[in-house]
Write a protein that binds this ligand. Sequence first.
Ligand code: EPZ
Length: 418
Amino acid sequence: MDSIEITGGARLQGEVQVSGSKNATLPQIAAALLVSGRSTFHGVPDLADIRTLGRLLGHMGAKIERQGAELSVDASLITEPEAPYELVKTMRASVLVLGPLVARCGRARVSMPGGCAIGARPIDQHLKGLEALGATIDLAHGYVEARASRLRGAKILFDLPTVTGTENLMMAATLAEGLTVLENCAREPEILALQDALNAMGAKVQGAGSNTITIDGVPSLHAAAVKVIPDRIEAWTLLAAALITGGDITLRGARAQDLDAALAKMREAGARITISADSLRIEAPERPEAVDFITAPFPGFPTDLQAQLMACLTVAKGASRVVETIFENRFMHVQELSRMGADVAIDGHTAIVRGVTRLSGAPVMATDLRASASLVLAGLRAEGTTTVHRVYHLDRGYEGLEQKLSSVGARIRRVKGA
Ligand code: EPZ
């Protein structure tokens, strides 16, 4: 297994380009299953999760072609509307094929996503919504079997805002008979991007970005060309590399409007943030100020940035209070940061981070995608060498992170595993 080695202490400076968004591309590619034809996606990041979804669609009979950052999906022929355990177990987002398959093929057999390092993550809201649209749902042998001759529009109230739940029902409802109204929806920018892609395919979706989305079903959809939005989580992670090293970085291609809450926390930590038409610049102080924050659904502070901001606060002036409200087990990075000399005390969903003047490099273990990013950040600040193991977690969601960081002065390299 590969690992990443970082020699800390460099103050990062320079310009770097943001990649396309993993969490916007995954549902958009799943939406191609709704269409008989060849859809194209531009600006697709080169990530393990995107490759996994490509294999999954290929398993169903779709033709996937990739050239650089352009990916095409021809789902004219779906021979097997099934998502097998072998593929789903490596990526929970595979559940995003459920809605499109039931809507397009009238049936789907999708492996239940198992447990996850960051929390239980049930899919009850996805299944409840599909049943409301008229599908019959059977759970057997670890699989969801969903069937419907044709879905019917319905009013669905989510018990809580769920990102992929909202996306799955949006996609299913595009081919349903009549009007669907989704309420208490998630409002993440990736959901707006999915609405844009579906409407480019001929769907009638409105309201994404608010907590009520309406979908007027149509008999069929057509192929479309879709431009992927920039990855807001990758963008902020790169800015955090400047925050933790007292650096000065400019991001090309980032969208500030997707990061209001997260940029506000950077300003509270003492950084100067300059926003221009197509770039974002951070000028960071030598040490961040302590900042309290709580994760929440969009437009609140994203849970996918909690570990990265915590890493920065381990060297802040003063103590910070961090509350994680979305996932019940998303402090796995704390033990590893403590191995580097961080002072973090956990009490249930709350962590108190007392800033220290120095971290020391150490061998550490990545446990999930965003935790691995926080360990890389801590390694950039730490004295000596940090080795992050199990970086396959990182490769799921960051495109060429070590190249991007070394292009702005980091001493970082990948050590190829056996
Ligand atoms: C999406 O996951 C993202 N993944 C996650 O990013 C992100 O952390 C999460 O949204 C929250 O922002 C993708 O977009 C592919 P949820 P998702 O359904 O949709 C509970 C990353 O690092 N819930 O919004 O699976 C659930 O347990 C990943 O890129 C139910 O109870 O998250 C959680 O507590 C990690 N029943 C809360 O809702 C359901 O049916 C929010 O989860 C669905 C969700």
